[in-house]
Design a protein around this ligand. Sequence first.
Ligand code: ATP
Length: 656
Amino acid sequence: MQFNAQQQRAVEFDGGHVLVLAGAGTGKTSTIVGRVVHLLEQGVDPRRILLLTFTRRAAREMRHRLGQQVGPTAKKVPAGTFHNFCLQYLRRWPDLFDCQGLSIIDRDDQLQLMKLARGTVIGKDARFPKAAELANYYSYARNTNRRLQEYLKRFTDHSEEIIQLIENVIDDYSKRKRDCRYFDYDDILYIFARQMHRRKSLREKIQKRYDHLLVDEMQDTNPLQWMILDAMRDPAKLFCVGDDAQSIYAFRGADFRNVHGFADRLPGASTLKLEENYRSTQEILDVANWLLDQSPLGYEKKLHAARGNGEKPIWLQVDDEQDEATTVVEDLLERRDGGANWRDHMILTRTAWAARTVEAGLIQEDIPYRFVGGTALMQSAHIKDLISLLRVADNRSDQLAWIRFLTLWPRVGEKTAASAILEVFKQPNTDAISERLQNRFGANPRLGEAYQQCVGLLDAPAKAIEVAIEKLEPLLEKKFDDWDRRSKDFKLLKKLARDHATVGEFLETYTLDPISESEASQEEQDDLVTLITVHSAKGTEAPVCYLIGVQPGNYPHSRNNGDEDQIEEERRVLYVAMTRAKDSMMITGKVRSHGAYTPYYNQKSLDSGTEIPFFLTDIPNALVESDCQYGATNEFGDELTEDDDDWSGPIMSFRD
Ligand SMILES: Nc1ncnc2c1ncn2[C@@H]1O[C@H](COP(=O)(O)OP(=O)(O)OP(=O)(O)O)[C@@H](O)[C@H]1O
C-alpha cells in the first residue's frame, strides 16, 4: 500500500508529541502500523515502542499487520489495551502498586457486591438508587477523575442526605472488595494512575522503558487514561490518532472534545490531518456526511472517497423483526449464490438483544457466522458455575465464587455456605482449607477433592478445567434442562484455556475482554458472516454491511434522557456503523406501521410531550435507494403524493 502525502508525513513525523486527527477510513490504523515500521527502520528498539489500543482484537489486528511487514520483530512490540498494559505492571510489581494477590471481577460480580453493600447500608428502600446506578456513579466519577461527592453534586439531582448515603454504600462496597482481594475493571487504571502520580521513583522507572507511545482511538480515552499517558510521556513521545466523530464511549467518561484540547494540554504539540477515505465509495460516505451535517456540533467533516463512486446505499423499511431477518438472510443467500464469500458480510446491531431474530435466521439457514459482542461465554450460568471452582482455587478470599461453588452441592444452601466461608477465611493455607472442607462436607467428598486438585493445577488451566468438569458435571447435568447444548461450551473453555500459562491469567483475560460463545466456537473458521454490535465494530470494515434496527427508539436509543450530548453520542454510534461499509450498505428498520411513521417515546419524553427524534427522518431521497416514498415530503417540506415519481427530496418527513 502506497501512503498518500498526509499519511506519509504522519508516519515519518520527527517532532515532539503529535495528534493525527482523521476521519473514518482515512487510514489511521494503517498509519499507526506504518509509523511503527518506520521507527523500527530508524533503529528504535521494538521493546521501547508501546502500542495502546482500545480492544484486544484491535491490538491483535495491528500485530498481525505489523507481522506481515516486519516478521517476528512484531511480537517484540508491546501492544495491548490500557487495561492490559496497566495490569501487567500491577502484576509485575504488586508491592509498588500496593495490590498483592488480586482477582479481577466482572460487571456481574461488581453488581452483586454492590447489592450486598446497598442492602447493608440502606436495607430495602426501593426509592434509593439501585446497584447498577450506584456502580455507574462510582465508575463514572473514577474515570473522569472526580471525587464521588463532587460528581454527584454536579451531575445528579440527589439531595445532600442521599449523596451521603451513596457515599456510605460505596465505602462498604470498597471494603468488601478489599476483604475479597477483588479489583473491579476501573481499579486497574485507577491504581496504576494514582501510583504513577504519587510515586516519582515508580513513574521514572516505567517512563524510562519507552521512547514512543502510540495511542489508537484517542477520542475514546477518558480523563483517567489521559492521566496515565500524561505520567508516561517525556521523554517518550506521544503519537495519538483519533476521530472526534467516532467517539462513542462517553458512558465510560470519554469526552470527544478531548482531542481538540490536545495541543493546549501539550504546548508545542502538533496536529496532523488525514482527509482522504480509502474504505468506502462516495455514495456510502455521502450518507455518513449527511448524518454528521445534521448535528448542531459542527464537526466540519466531509469524507471524500479516494475510490470514487459505487452503488447507492439501500434503505428498507420492514414490518417487524422477522421481516427484517428474512430480508437480510435472503440478501446474504443471493450474494452467496452470486459467488461472494461469507466473510465479506457484516451485520451491525445496536445491541446484542436487538439481533436475536436475525441471528435465528442465520442459524435456520445454516449460514456460518460469528457474533462479536454477543452474550459472553463466561457469563452463561453453567460456565460461571464451573469457573467458580477455578476462582476459589486461585483466590481463596473470593467470597462470591465460594458461595456459587458451595451452593452447587446437594443440601448446601446459602446459609450453610456463608458459615462455611467464615471458617474457610480463618484457615492459614489451602491445605488447611481442603481439610476443613473435607470435614465439614463429609457427605460430599468430591467437594473438598475438587478444591484440592484444582489448587494443585493452577499452572495448568486446561487440566484444572478437566478436573472441574469431572467433579461438577454430575451436579450441573441435573441443574440445567438444556444440558446437551450447554455441555458443548466446556470443550470451548478447555480449548481457550490451553493458550494460557496459569488459571489466574486465563480467568483475567476473559474477564477483561469477554469473548462470545459463537466467537469462541468459530475461532479457527475463516469464512464467516460477522454479526457485531456497533461498539465492537470500531476499526473494522467489510465490503457489504447490513445496519439492522435503524428505527425510532434505537437511533437515538430510547434510553437517552433527551440530553443533547447523549443524543449526539448516539448519532456518532450510527456514524461509526455507516462508515464500516466498503462497497454496499443496506439499512433496515421498522420505521412505519400501517403506512404511518411510528413515533417513539420514553417516560421522560412522554412527560414532556415530545417524541424522541429519529436520525434518518429527513434523509434526502437522492442519497439512498428506498422502498418507501409514500407520505414523504420534498426538500421544501411539502407533503408528497403517490404521483410524485421523480421527486428527490427527503424520503420522509415526520414533522406532521
Ligand atoms: N494510502 C492508502 N491506499 C490504499 N488504501 C488505503 C490507504 N490508506 C488506507 N487504506 C485502506 O483503507 C481502509 C481503511 O484504513 P484504516 O482501517 O487504516 O482506516 P481508519 O482510519 O483506521 O478507519 P476507522 O477509524 O474508520 O476504523 C483499509 O482497507 C486500508 O487498507
